[in-house]
Design a protein around this ligand. Structure first.
Ligand code: SF4
Ligand code: SF4
Ligand code: FES
Length: 237
């Protein structure tokens, strides 16, 4: 049976890559390779996953220099000369090995007011939203985010500007700005018009290029730039 040479990041920020030889199998994913190492070579290897089917967003790692969902990446697509290098996501602190600390990522989600603010009570009738209306179409295009942080890891504005809210949190804010049932738009636009908000994005589209769900946070952020500018001109910000 042939094998592949896999370099896995070990330790924290000052760690190093450790090389393992892993048997190669048909239809093997990067997550399968990492799991093989943990089960057969070193049970102390730390990494994170849950669903294995591209739904939970917990298995993202840097694979041969690029952030990817490891459960949905077949090694046949990424192995170079029989070698694979797997590290933690960039732009987040490493806890240990392949697991990074997602706290800053989710705090930015909160800072962008990424939580639905209800405009109705339980006593009100459920509102019908027509699928073809412009706000619903805009929200639909951005709503399938699973919080994997791939876009956050690849965004160079996140790297340079620690206050920047990042593509995922801003993309989420855009879905809520387009939700006609939400009552938090003014507060949300105020939060994302700050110096670390939507206007810090330079629109080079790395987030859109790398999002495994084929979402386009750059377009969502462009929408937020327009909406914050309109609100400012109306004197609402
Ligand atoms: S926008 Fe895409 S890459 Fe970014 S967190 Fe959501 S699913 Fe992941
Ligand atoms: S387009 Fe904006 S959010 Fe996306 S990667 Fe570039 S700077 Fe980051
Ligand atoms: S393990 Fe859930 S998305 Fe990969």
């Amino acid at each position: 049976m042939s094998s592949i040479e896999v370099s896995l990041w070990r330790g924290g920020k000052d760690g190093r890559y450790q090389v393992f030889s892993v048997p190669q199998r048909a239809n093997q994913t990067v997550l399968d390779v990492v799991t093989w190492v943990q089960r057969n070579a070193d049970p102390t290897l730390s990494y994170r996953f849950a669903c294995r089917v591209g739904m939970c967003g917990s298995c993202a790692m840097t694979v041969n220099g690029r952030p990817r969902w490891t459960c949905r990446t077949h090694i046949s697509k990424v192995v170079e000369n029989g070698k694979l290098e797997v590290g933690p996501l960039a732009n987040l602190p490493v806890i240990k090995d392949l697991a990074c600390d997602m706290q800053a990522f989710f705090e930015k989600w909160q800072a962008a007011k990424g939580v639905f603010a209800p405009s109705k009570t339980r006593a009100d009738a459920i509102e019908n939203i027509e699928p073809a209306t412009a706000p619903r179409v805009a929200a639909d295009a951005a709503i399938e985010c699973i919080n994997c942080a791939v876009c956050f890891a690849v965004c160079d504005t996140v790297r340079w500007n620690e206050d920047y809210l990042g593509p995922a949190a801003l993309n989420r804010a855009w879905t809520l700005v387009n939700d006609v049932r939400d009552a938090g738009t003014r507060e949300r636009l105020t939060a994302i018009a700050t110096s670390g908000g939507c206007h810090a994005c330079h629109s080079h589209q790395s987030c859109q290029e790398h999002c495994p769900n084929k979402l386009n946070p750059t377009a969502s952020i462009a929408g937020l730039k327009r909406r914050t500018m309109q609100a400012y001109l109306r004197g609402e910000l």
